[in-house]
Each structure stands twice: as C-alpha cells, then as structure tokens.
Write a protein that binds this ligand. Structure first.
Ligand code: NDP
Ligand code: X2W
Length: 302
C-alpha cells in the first residue's frame, strides 16, 4: 500500500521541490487537484480527505485556513509555513534536536517544518545552550546570507527581472519572523540580534554566529565548542560537523545545494577565543523541501 500525499501549494517554490522529491517514489502516491482549483476550498477539502498526509506550502494565512478545512478529517499535516512553529500542539520538525523530538515527529498529527534560517541557528546553538556552555540569556548575534529563492515567487521575480540589487541586508528592525522559533528551540531567553541578507544567487545559505569565548562562563575553548557540537550530531544522517582542522577563511553558502544536508563549521582564532559558528544548508533542501520529506519519512516510517 502506498502513502497518499497532497501537496497544498504544489505550484509554489517549496511545493514544486517537494513534488520533484516525491514523484518518482513507488511508496508514495500524489493526490492532485486541477491547478485552476488550487485555491478552491471544496477541491482542497476533497484532496485532504483522500490523503494520508498533506504538506502545506502556502503563505501563513492560507496554511491556517488549510488546517481549519481539514481538522475533522484523518489527514496528518506537515506545514512548511511559519504559522504553527511555536504552537505547543504542533511537533517542531527538527528531528536532530533530540531523540525525543524525533519520536514526537513520528507520532504527531501536526508537524511544523522549521524556518530555513532558524534551522541553521538552532542546530548551532541548541547543544551549546543545553550543555550550559552558552547561558540562556547570553547576548547572541546571528547573521545570515540566503539565495533569493528563500523569498518565494515574489523575490524570485524581482531577481529574474533584474530589478533587485546584487545583495541587501534586511530585517534590521529586529523583528524577523524566525526569532520566536530560534529562541524557543535553541533554549534562549534573551532575543538574539538577527540580521539576514540576500545575494544574487538562487539557492543556498550560510547562518553564522560570532562568539567571544572570553565573554562566556568558564574557560571555554574553541576545541570544547567543536567537541560539544560533534558529539551532539555524531549519529545524525543530515547534520555533519566539519573537522576543526579545516580553517579555510572562506565559506560558500551554495556548497550543499541539491542536498538535504547541513554542515556545521567552527572557525576562528583558538588563541584569543574569537570564533564563528557557521551552518551551511540549501534553503530549499534542509531549509524547506528536503526537511519536509525527512519529516514525512519519519511520520510514515519509510
Ligand atoms: N522558499 C523557501 O526557501 C522557504 C519557504 N518556506 C515557506 O513555505 C511556504 C511557501 O513558500 P514558497 O514556496 O516560497 O512560496 P511561493 O510564493 O513560491 O508559493 C506559494 C504557493 O501557494 C499558493 N497559494 C497562495 N495562497 C493560496 C491559497 N489561499 N490556497 C491555495 N494556494 C495558495 C500560491 O499560488 P499562486 O501560484 O497563485 O501564487 C503559490 O503557488 C511559505 O509559508 C514560506 O514561508 C519555508 C522554508 C523556506
Ligand atoms: C530570503 C527571504 O526572504 N527569506 C525569508 C525566509 C525564508 C522562508 O521562507 O522562511 P520560512 O522558512 O519561515 O518560510 C524571509 O526572510 O522572510
């Protein structure tokens, strides 16, 4: 028997990539609706009724509406939007957080896929906060660069028409939508500074967190930070920690494009303790569509 999956928002950036990942699988049957009816509530409700799992690749408001439409049906939901990520009734879709998190995803009716930048920041911070190496109230800064597909159809159109600048920083008002999930799942009590940016490349991202080890408790060393991260992700299929000996000064945000992997780098000056943690991932891979498929596989035990 195959698992029936409905991708609501299949024509969008995230939806298309999920479709590409599922279409050739013989354990999955895609439930499809007439593209002209993609915003028709009745047609979508019929698709929810037919599906075992629905993956929502929609703006937040439409994702909330989809949950309402399907609430009395048996369908399980993975939501790629920001709408439900800090909702306690939803499992946060980052199985690498802990064995308990993975178990929660496996049995959940509702799974919220993580934000792309949040995935990078949480993977870097959560094990260090949990181990007490970074205090929950530490003043943390997160910087990031993303390819323009991270902004969906709207930003893609700006770049493809040549209107957008080669690069820009944004969210300088300190209110980016990924901050609540970053805090909740990294275990931070103080709001970080988060300054993302976009460059003139389609896909890929690097999320970086600079640290002055001298401002953290204890006599923490760069090697200890690396060891804590390497231990946390030792068994993870999709999160790797680069060797500490790799201290190349450049990091390419597109290095993992086309994969569902995330690479953690710990770089800096081990002598004076000014270091930077960097997560490289494909915003459409581990940052969105690949993560949705990883969660789907956990839910259906594939
Ligand atoms: N792009 C990325 O890197 C990431 C995106 N996400 C999230 O995934 C979700 C989708 O993003 P993305 O794929 O980039 O967005 P897009 O703008 O590329 O696609 C959204 C799709 O949803 C459709 N849609 C809009 N409103 C409705 C509605 N009421 N009913 C049914 N369909 C509707 C759109 O239709 P139409 O074809 O008419 O425009 C479009 O096809 C968002 O919540 C986003 O935040 C999450 C992680 C990363
Ligand atoms: C480049 C760009 O605009 N990125 C988007 C985040 C990517 C995304 O879609 O975020 P979710 O994972 O929360 O859906 C932004 O900053 O709003």
């Amino acid at each position: 028997m195959t698992t029936k999956v409905f991708i609501d928002g299949e024509a969008g950036t995230t939806g298309l990539q999920i479709r590409d990942r599922l279409i050739r699988r013989d354990d999955i049957t895609l439930v499809q609706i007439d593209p002209d009816l993609r915003k028709d509530a009745e047609a979508r409700k019929a698709a929810f009724a037919e599906a075992d799992v629905a993956i929502l690749c929609l703006p937040d408001a439409a994702a909330k509406e989809a949950v309402e439409l399907s609430k009395d049906l048996d369908v399980r939901i993975i939501d790629a939007s920001t709408a439900h990520r800090v909702n306690p009734d939803w499992a946060y879709g980052l199985p690498e957080l802990s064995a308990a998190q993975e178990a929660q995803i496996k049995s959940a009716r509702y799974v919220a896929n993580c934000g792309c930048y949040a995935t990078g920041a949480i993977v870097l911070l959560a094990p260090l906060v949990r181990a007490g190496l970074i205090p929950a109230d530490a003043a943390i800064s997160v910087n990031a660069i993303s390819g323009y597909t991270g902004g969906g159809k709207g930003l893609i159109a700006e770049y493809e028409s040549g209107e957008a600048p080669d690069a820009f920083l944004y969210a300088t008002g300190m209110a980016h939508k990924h901050l609540p999930e970053m805090m909740k799942f990294a275990g931070l009590t103080a709001k970080p500074i988060f300054v993302p940016s976009v460059g003139n490349f389609a896909q890929g991202m690097a999320v970086s967190i600079p640290l002055h080890l001298s401002q953290l408790p204890g006599d923490l060393t760069m090697a200890q930070v690396h060891a804590a991260l390497a231990e946390a992700y030792a068994g993870a299929a999709h999160v790797k920690v680069a060797d500490l000996a790799d201290q190349d000064s450049r990091i390419d945000p597109t290095a993992l494009n086309g994969t569902n992997d995330l690479m953690v780098h710990v770089r800096g000056d081990a002598e004076d303790g000014r270091i930077v943690l960097v997560a490289v991932l494909d915003n459409l891979g581990k940052g969105a569509s690949g993560a949705a498929v990883q969660n789907l596989d956990l839910m259906i035990d594939a």
